[in-house]
Ligand binder design. Structure first.
Ligand SMILES: *[C@@H]1O[C@H](CO)[C@@H](O)[C@H](O)[C@H]1NC(C)=O
Length: 222
């Protein structure tokens, strides 16, 4: 093998390894309760870990997910997040949870989780849910109307949404395959970036009149 071929191979290997490391790591110990102050910590694996001997039940506990979040906002839904910020014991576990409340005709607008697949179960109400596959797959829409007890999966990275199409409030719970799934809401990200993206650029990208883009940027300004 020539030197340049070896270099290419090494570069590809390095890329593969960095992709693998982009996922939540598998734990190398029973648990790794996250702490802010490394003073009493033992291992470092993304966050500092508490000395396992100091771990207690409360590190793995979060109360109150029986309570609805307020849907008094512009999309009329509320996502209550239970990730490593709320439960330090989720550190390195590759899993987290949300509760989502929807007022009648409220929605969780199109968004994507950069680090997690999602599995959602509807408990109450009627939801229209869907995700769109990538360009390579011709951006196919996979959508369904869910009734209580129905489950739907949103694969990692896919843009997805849920709309309450019923006359009553809806509530769903969802598991996410990351301790910190992250969320990119499409409208907020594209039209509400800080500072704003040049409206002329977005006008061409979205095939819109520039004044419409300026209006959208004003609405999503944060
Ligand atoms: C979600 O609900 C909580 C609890 O009622 C509230 O504090 C929060 O402001 C709500 N978020 C939004 C975006 O409405």
């Amino acid at each position: 093998m020539t030197v340049s071929k070896s270099l290419v191979l090494i570069t590809i290997l390095a890329l593969v390894i960095s992709f693998v490391k982009a996922y939540d790591p598998s734990p190398l110990q029973d648990f790794c309760v996250a702490i802010d102050d490394p003073k009493d910590g033992v291992f470092v694996n993304g966050k500092f870990c508490k000395d396992p001997k100091q771990a207690k039940a409360d590190d793995f506990f979060f109360p109150g997910l029986n309570m609805a979040g307020s849907t008094d906002n512009k999309v009329r839904s509320n996502v209550t997040t239970v990730n490593v910020e709320q439960i330090p014991g989720l550190n390195t576990m590759g899993i987290s949870l949300v509760r989502i409340d929807y007022a009648p005709y409220g929605q969780n607008p199109p968004h994507t989780h950069p680090r997690a697949s999602e599995i959602l179960v509807l408990l109450e109400g009627t939801l229209y849910v869907g995700f769109v596959s990538s360009n390579q797959d011709n951006n196919r829409l996979f959508a369904k109307i869910l009734q209580p007890g129905d489950v739907f999966v949103f694969p990692i990275g896919m843009i997805h949404f849920q709309v309450n199409v019923g006359k009553t409030p809806a509530v769903a719970f969802a598991g996410l395959s990351s301790q910190n799934a992250g969320v990119i809401t499409i409208a907020d990200t594209v039209f509400g970036s800080n500072p704003p993206i040049n409206p002329d650029f977005l006008a061409m990208a979205f095939q819109l009149d520039v004044n419409i883009v300026k209006d959208l940027e004003a609405k999503f300004k944060n």
